[in-house]
Write a protein that binds this ligand. Structure first.
Ligand code: ATP
Ligand code: MG
Length: 334
């Protein structure tokens, strides 16, 4: 028995990873992998829930996401990297859980509601998309994960997972599934480069972990500040000012950022200086990741081999949970 607490997190392979992933979850995973038993799931089936007619996009992005993981510092010797579609137990648990969750409950999930509106699905909403939080509950519980490092858009998913855990355990002769808790970072929702409340692949407002020097420069230059801060001497506003939100998220010297905020609010500190400060720390953060990533992405078969090996290990763990649930429900296990 491994005494370490288990972590499960993952990402949809819908595009290369961005700085929202980095501050919301990746940075924590890199730190936590030493002290926890950590599984990171490339959620390709979930990626298909809103890309059903474009499976090639999901396929192509699997190695991209893996290269990002390794570049960010996830070590496959410490973290098990695995692929959702290679773990049939996850799909089977999803089927079992779907029977104990009402349609009204899935429709009430605020993150899903928001995404449905953003994507303009209306009557073309894929059934799989509506129920993806149930499949996410299957992912988390199959690994018996107790800690889930995520951005705050995922809080409704954790809540729904715990409801499923409670309900399913009550149907079994003895509890099998574990309750889990979200682990939020200090920046649980990084705004996009366009000022939108969430940086997201689907919104096209991202800065990738592999962004070029020029792309970083352009993104920071165009970044939203305080529209009323017209002259340098004008007092500026911090709230809603994306440059300061990002300085909080990325700048290592918190005291310096606090002093800059005071100065900005009093007047006399120009946007250009704040942006230069932000750009310098982003360039410093991204440059080594970009370099490492360029090397990893050259050997996609090696990346897929890492994923295959991790998936074999994850297969055993998830299959064992599925068997326990099935036995508890009285479903024959041959
Ligand atoms: P998509 O638009 O395809 O849904 P995404 O950019 O939202 O992509 P996901 O793969 O859905 O990325 O999210 C993976 C993880 O990263 C989740 O834990 C999510 O909470 C976190 N995350 C994503 N975007 C942000 C963000 N802007 N700030 C903080 N965390 C984020
Ligand atoms: Mg998302």
């Amino acid at each position: 028995m491994n005494p370490k607490t288990t972590i499960l997190t993952g990402d949809r392979p819908t595009g290369p990873l961005h700085l929202g992933h980095y501050v919301g979850s990746l940075r924590q995973r890199v730190a936590l992998q030493h002290d926890y038993q950590q599984f990171v799931l490339v959620a390709d089936l979930q990626g298909l829930t809103d890309n059903g007619s474009n499976p090639q996009k999901i396929r192509d992005n699997i190695p991209e996401v893996l290269a990002d993981y390794l570049a960010a510092g996830i070590d496959p010797d410490l973290t098990t990297l695995c692929l959702q579609s290679a773990l049939p137990a996850l799909a089977e648990l999803t089927m079992l859980y779907m029977n104990i969750v009402t349609v009204a409950r899935v429709e009430r999930n605020p993150t899903v509601k928001n995404e449905i509106a953003q994507k303009g699905f209306a009557r073309s909403l894929p059934a799989g998309f509506l129920v993806y939080p149930i499949s996410q509950a299957a992912d988390i519980t199959a690994f018996k994960a107790e800690v889930v490092p995520v951005g705050d858009d995922q809080l409704p998913m954790i809540e729904q997972t715990n409801e499923i855990v409670h309900k399913m355990n009550s149907l079994l002769p003895a509890p099998v599934l574990r309750h889990c808790k979200a682990m939020l970072s200090d920046t649980s929702r990084l705004p996009g480069v366009d000022g939108n409340a969430k940086m997201s692949k689907s919104l096209g407002n991202t800065l990738h972990l592999s962004a070029s020097e020029e792309t970083i420069h352009r993104a920071v230059s165009a970044m939203y500040t305080d529209p009323h801060h017209l002259k340098v001497s004008d007092p500026g506003q911090i709230e809603g000012n994306v440059v300061f939100t990002w300085l909080d998220a990325f700048h290592a010297d918190k005291a310096k950022v606090a002093a800059m905020k005071d100065h900005y609010q009093q007047g006399g500190l120009g946007d250009r200086i704040c942006k230069n400060e932000l750009e310098a720390c982003l360039q410093e953060l991204i440059a080594p990741m970009r370099e490492r990533r360029a090397t990893y992405i050259q050997d996609k078969s090696q990346l897929m081999e890492i994923l295959k090996k991790g998936s074999e290990r994850a297969h055993e763990v998830t299959q064992a949970t599925l068997k326990e649930v099935k036995r508890g429900l009285g479903v024959p296990v041959f």
